[in-house]
Design a protein around this ligand. Sequence first.
Ligand SMILES: [Zn+2]
Length: 326
Amino acid sequence: MQQHRNAALHDFHVHVGERIAGYQLRDGFADLNRVPGLAGIGAFVTEEAEHSLATKLQSMRQDAAANFAGKVFWHLTPLQTGIEELRQILAPDTDLKFYTTYKAAGLYRSYEELERWMLELSDLKPRMLVHCEDNETIEEYSGKNPFHSPHDHCLRRPEIAENKAVEKVLDLAIKHLYPVHIVHVSSPRSALLIHEARNHNPFITCETAPHYLLCNEERLTGKDAHRWICSPPFRSEKSRGELVELLQDGCFDIIATDHCAFSLEDKDRYKDVPERVPCGIAGLGCLWDSLYDGLVKTGKISLDSLISLVSLTPARLMNQYDKEMC
Ligand SMILES: [Zn+2]
């Protein structure tokens, strides 16, 4: 473990303690205590048919308070819950998360729906996290590229899908001066669009993930390649290199893992049917070391920059900075 200096790690994007696509995630809140230096996370609460969003949030709050020593900020995804009901549970430690894809899982929201939420919440303006991959584009490319091997994932969910959704969501954010945070940016073009959009709306923020800065699509061709299936997929080496340059240029506010660990048993069960492999990879355990080794030791960014990206700025986005870190 490299020296953390006084960096208290804050990972803004962690899937823990809930079920995703029918699978119980590998990690619960107690597992977070094993990550050295981890002081806070942004966790997701996705409404389910059996539990209202309010009930699920309450039970996850209790779970976290009983089992994790750090702070938790809550990213809420309402499915059936309407706006009036949602207003009752919004708090200083919550924001919203929407998806422009995942129709089969019931998570998909059209751009029109996103705009309606922005309009109806225009008085409170809770931050809106958006998973940007244009669903129509994915359907088109998936139709052309059957899912025979893990690497087909890259062809089925190309950068153009991300770019299209990012462009549409940024247009809405600018039109309504709404605070939007674009999660796991993996495409250099999307990062540039976001950078430019900030000239028109200073409340736009974004993150990229360690795996888009340190890995490329070749991971999806080797042994156990199915274990690396996540969305957006790993990109080309050219895109990976450009993303590091954009990081150096200050285009990303934070780096967050999108930690979404499934048990190996679940990940391997359908390894010969890649479409059925649960989508998501772990990342939290190596957040600091992988970035320190891959970006600081190699001279790509300074130690101070890394501390801003994984500690100070995400803490500020989770409203923790002023209270604890000044
Ligand atoms: Zn995620």
